[in-house]
Design a protein around this ligand. Structure first.
Ligand SMILES: [Zn+2]
Length: 448
């Protein structure tokens, strides 16, 4: 099982300087390759990443674009993995795009990377570096201190160095033997999880998991720093004599305070990301470890429909991360992840009688069904998700292969066919039209 460990590098200023140059090289080579790809395909040719790499190798030490002010090829000062990998990445990006298009999904073609706007990173092949306890030996920079030792035993497959605010990180991919990667599960039930804002996660058992308090405090601080930074930008704009929108390509003069402010803001963003990552990691590990199956909603449309407040959009980002983590951790614990279709009205169905409350608004945290049962909105939604998953799993194991007795409505004793796979469950009826025709039908479209 391929696992990745991301470790902070405690690098010297000279090493940080090299990392920045290597990441800049990777970005520039990517942009060159993408531009050339676009030019060739516009000219009716069929571009190929490996041919592009050959083409680049022929010019990289000679073309004026790739020479420094003294006419020396600056690419020689950066290890070749940093400028070879972008071609492989570009190939992957295009195949992903074409595969998505073929499958009828919205695909996004690779885009140019902009300094300061993109992730600064570069690749190091597994035969070019080694890890020794709490240090790594990287090409061109030598020994770099690691904040902690590599967590996983196994064959190292490669690594990438990337920057987050003031720090550089080394993400090491390790092929861990399955018997070490597999973890025992401590429970065997199906749990429904409703993700939200008031409580970060509500479980079908009624438990509410709150988001960490430091996150809320940091978000307040974020608003303050972002506002200060925006005032500095406005001041710079006014000083440059520009009113209204800034023309494309304009460079505003940078003041020292502006740079300092931007750093501060970036550090805070990084801190928020860390606090959130810590929380989602603990939550997803717990969910996978304690349950046989976890049911969550697909894309958080509810949140997107609500007014786009800061907390909302952040909750949405967290959702994708939660799903990503559940997916790979589920493989380690052999847990099944069930995704409810985005049209499944988990909040609006009464978990006691199945009636749909079409008039339920987002503001109503507690509501009473016509059958007389009073619901906590989030707990009710989580119970509905749990029901949907239980039914879907029972139906699914009964379908393709003869399976051990799976009583409808329960998954006790059932062996999930594919641990770790995401099982989308489609809610077939009604596109939120409130026609009252919605049933509780579930349908599994595919396993992927
Ligand atoms: Zn009811």
């Amino acid at each position: 099982m391929l696992l990745s460990h991301r470790v902070r590098l405690d690098a010297t200023p000279a090493q940080c300087d090299y990392f920045a140059r290597a990441a800049g090289t990777a970005r520039r080579v990517w942009n060159w390759a993408l531009a050339e790809w676009q030019r060739q395909s516009a000219a009716g040719m069929r571009p190929d990443a490996m041919a592009l790499k050959k083409q680049f190798n022929a010019i990289k030490y000679a073309h004026p674009d790739w020479l420094d002010s003294e006419g020396r090829p600056w690419l020689r000062t950066v290890h070749r993995d940093a400028h070879a990998q972008p071609f492989a990445n570009l190939k992957k990006a295009w195949s992903r795009y074409f595969a998505a298009r073929k499958a009828g999904q919205p695909g996004y073609p690779p885009r140019f990377k902009k300094k300061g706007r993109c992730r600064d990173s570069f690749y190091v092949a597994n035969d070019k570096f080694r890890v020794e306890g709490k240090s790594a030996v990287l090409p061109k920079v030598g020994r770099v201190a690691l904040a902690e030792a590599l967590r996983f035993p196994g064959k190292i497959m490669g690594a990438s160095v990337s920057r987050q605010a003031d720090h550089w990180f080394l993400a090491i991919q390790v092929e861990v033997p399955d018997e070490i990667a597999q973890r025992p599960r401590t429970g065997g039930v199906v749990v429904g999880v409703d993700l939200g804002v008031s409580a970060a996660a509500t479980l079908s058992t009624g438990e509410k998991v709150a988001a960490p308090r430091p996150l809320r405090a940091a978000l307040r601080r974020l608003r303050i720093r972002a506002r200060r930074q925006s005032r500095k930008m406005q001041a710079a704009q006014a000083a440059a004599g520009i009113s209204g929108s800034i023309p494309k390509g304009t460079r505003l003069p940078n003041s020292a305070n502006q740079v300092k402010g931007a750093r501060r803001l970036a550090r805070l963003h990084a801190r928020i990301a860390r606090v959130r990552a810590d929380f989602t990691n603990k939550l997803t590990t717990r969910l996978c470890r304690e349950n046989q199956a976890v049911a969550i909603e697909d894309l958080h449309v509810k949140g997107m429909l609500a007014n786009a407040r800061l907390a909302r959009s952040i909750a949405d980002v967290g959702f994708h991360e939660i799903r990503r983590q559940l997916r790979y951790k589920a493989r380690r614990y052999d847990t099944v992840i069930v995704l409810a279709d985005r049209w499944y009205p988990s909040s609006k169905l009464c978990s006691a009688c199945g009636q749909k409350n079409g008039t339920l608004t987002l503001a109503e945290r507690v509501w009473t069904c016509i059958c007389g049962i009073r619901h906590d909105r989030d707990v009710n939604a989580a119970i509905n998700l749990q029901r949907l998953a239980t039914g879907a799993l029972a139906a699914h194991t009964a379908l393709p292969v003869a399976s051990p007795a799976a009583t409808p409505g329960t998954v006790a004793g059932m062996v999930p066919a594919a641990g770790g796979e995401v099982t989308p469950v489609r809610y077939e009826h009604g596109q939120q039209d409130g026609s009252g025709q919605d049933g509780n039908g579930v349908h599994i479209c595919a396993r992927f």
